[in-house]
Design a protein around this ligand. Structure first.
Ligand SMILES: Cc1cc2nc3c(=O)[nH]c(=O)nc-3n(C[C@H](O)[C@H](O)[C@H](O)COP(=O)(O)OP(=O)(O)OC[C@H]3O[C@@H](n4cnc5c(N)ncnc54)[C@H](O)[C@@H]3O)c2cc1C
Length: 535
């Protein structure tokens, strides 16, 4: 079987591309995903997220010891399933700040990616169940809706943040990002709207689209400076498949630099050190890694105000029935559906802290649940100055990559992270939350100096899973792809996923990745770009 386009990686970007490229029946498209299917109902249930960060449908990787976190190794969930991160994430639908995209153009040379130019692509995907205005649209494949029944403690949180001077905001994706509110979610009718369910399921009957699961690509085949196909592991051996037009790498911000390096495309020194023959010396591949580091405060509640006790068998059964029969109750919650954006650095151009209110105490991997019901308030610093790397350890495609986010290498990141944690603690102490919150348990009232909080962070911090930047687009010497997402120095190959973001947006990264793939599909097909939105 011959293909025009081979898309490697069935995450959000890969699923969008599979849909948009195969819309023309004369174009033959192959989508290859290393992980399996998302048939398990847990993938559909919004609250299924709680199971997902703990290893389900994941590659099982961790970071290398973090030098500036006292040697801590951080668990680093990366999706391995059709839909990629959008099948296992917390479903928060946020786009970041307009200034993030304008900086892609002004500071990285990513011509064509300013906010007014990318906004039409955000809207093209969107099927917003409530909003229709300059910033939002409906009728697209991706369901976007507000939480169904946030519990009273989440409203108390909104009041508490306002008591501290943070304004209420009903739409973080609208004209103003600042403030506190309920998030929009990539859900539709109380079900996760993953990229797989939104973009691939509805078109899987197309004769010109082939989707292969459990198919890890181990190498991009390059001949005379042109990518001509890929080699995929089959279980019993390998198989090489040709792409008549292009190979598109959409393996995510860890997977894409990993596959390029396994194929001999990357920094020559580290390729040689790993025993891989150099095809193209491209130093930026796997550099410029950015991520949002998350610190959190956990308080014990005065009663059963969150979902901690839903884990008990009889409550789980009732919650399941409530969901199946009425589409209400705890299972409709993504557990992180309330939060917002505010400032650690008062001089910052736009909010640099994001809050996620976690409706429980032990929701994510590595965080132990408390005996009594608890509530978590996460704060992530959004514009890190530290830069990390992704490198292959060897030429073996089954070996884990060396993931080094290099958190807190820049002291500014540490300073802002700690300010964010202080803000989170302050919110939890406001009068509006008094009826719900008994006392802070983590970090605990006895820890107050920056040094004590940094020490607490060393052993408790976690990733917000917003990895970006490792195959950055732009026009500088370190750019891996051009603004039309072609790999510099090669023909017939592009990278399309979160790795091409020159700077991580000030938000969660699923919607921005979907936007990138929407725009990429027009670039690949040579279509006229959608008209910029006048703002
Ligand atoms: C636990 C978690 C929670 C998150 N929560 C949120 C949230 O609430 N909101 C939000 O906006 N963002 C969230 N994110 C981030 C968001 O999901 C990611 O930014 C997004 O998924 C990135 O999409 P991608 O297409 O770049 O890559 P990925 O989602 O990583 O997808 C890449 C896909 O490629 C496959 N692949 C990799 N290598 C190969 C290979 N060699 N051959 C074949 N296939 C391969 C992988 O298995 C994977 O399925 C979360 C992420 C995680 C992991």
């Amino acid at each position: 079987m011959a293909y025009d386009y081979i898309i490697v990686g069935g995450g959000p970007a890969g699923c969008v591309l599979a849909n948009r490229l195969s819309a023309d029946a004369s174009i033959r498209v192959l989508l290859l995903e290393a992980g399996g299917s998302d048939w398990n109902p847990l993938f559909r249930m919004p609250a299924g997220f709680a199971k997902m960060t703990k290893g389900v449908a994941s590659w099982g990787w961790s970071t290398v010891p973090q030098r500036h976190l006292n040697g801590r190794v951080v668990w680093y969930t990366q999706a391995k399933v059709i839909g990629g991160g959008s099948s296992i994430n917390a479903q928060l639908y946020t786009r970041g700040n307009a200034k993030d995209y304008d900086a892609w153009v002004s500071d990285a040379g990513a011509t064509g990616w300013s906010y007014s130019e990318v906004l039409p692509y955000f809207k093209r995907s969107e099927d917003n169940q409530k909003l229709h205005n300059a910033y939002h649209g409906y009728g697209g494949p991706l369901g976007v809706s507000y939480p169904i029944n946030p519990p009273p403690i989440s409203y108390a949180f909104l009041r508490a943040a306002q008591e501290l001077g943070i304004p209420f905001n009903d739409d973080f994706n609208g004209a103003v990002q600042d403030g506190i509110g309920h998030y929009q979610l990539s859900t539709r009718n109380a079900q996760r709207s993953s990229a797989s369910s939104a973009f691939v399921k509805p078109v899987e009957g197309r004769k010109n689209l082939t989707v292969r699961l459990n198919a890890q690509t181990v190498k991009v085949e390059v001949q005379n400076g042109r990518a001509i196909g890929i080699t995929v592991a089959t279980g019993t051996g390998t198989e090489t498949l040709n792409a008549d037009r292009e190979v598109i790498i959409s393996c995510g911000a860890i997977g894409s630099p990993r596959l390029l390096q396994l194929s001999g495309i990357g920094p020559a020194d580290s390729l040689r050190a790993a025993g891989v023959p150099v095809v193209l010396d491209l130093p930026g591949v796997g550099s410029n890694m950015q991520d949002h580091l998350d610190l959190y405060a956990i308080s014990e509640c005065t009663g059963d105000h969150t979902y901690d006790r839903v884990a008990r068998p009889h409550r789980t059964v009732w919650a399941g029935l409530q969901y199946l029969l009425f589409k209400t109750g705890p299972v409709t919650s993504t557990l992180f559906e309330t939060g917002g954006f505010w400032y650690a650095d008062k001089q910052a151009r736009s909010p640099d802290i994001q809050f996620h209110l976690g409706l429980g105490s032990g929701i994510e991997a590595g965080v132990a649940a408390m005996k009594n019901p608890g509530v978590t308030l996460n704060s992530a610093f959004l514009r890190p100055r530290s830069r990390g790397t992704v490198r292959i350890a060897s030429s073996d495609p089954t070996a884990a990559p060396l993931i080094d986010p290099n958190y807190w290498a820049d002291p500014y990141d540490r300073e802002c992270s700690i300010k964010g944690l202080r803000l989170a603690r302050e919110i939890l102490r406001q009068p509006a939350l008094k009826p719900f919150v008994m006392a802070e348990r983590m970090p605990g009232d006895n820890l107050s100096t920056d040094e004590q909080l940094a020490e607490y962070a060393h052993h408790s911090c976690k990733t917000d899973h917003h990895t970006a930047g490792t195959c950055a687009m732009g026009s500088g010497p370190d750019a891996v792809v051009t603004p039309d997402l072609r790999v510099r120095g090669l023909l017939g190959i592009r990278v399309v996923d979160a790795s091409v973001m020159p700077f991580v947006p000030s938000s969660n990264t699923n919607a921005p990745t979907i936007m990138i793939a929407e725009k990429a599909s027009d670039l690949i097909l040579g279509k006229t770009p959608l008209a910029p939105t006048p703002l």
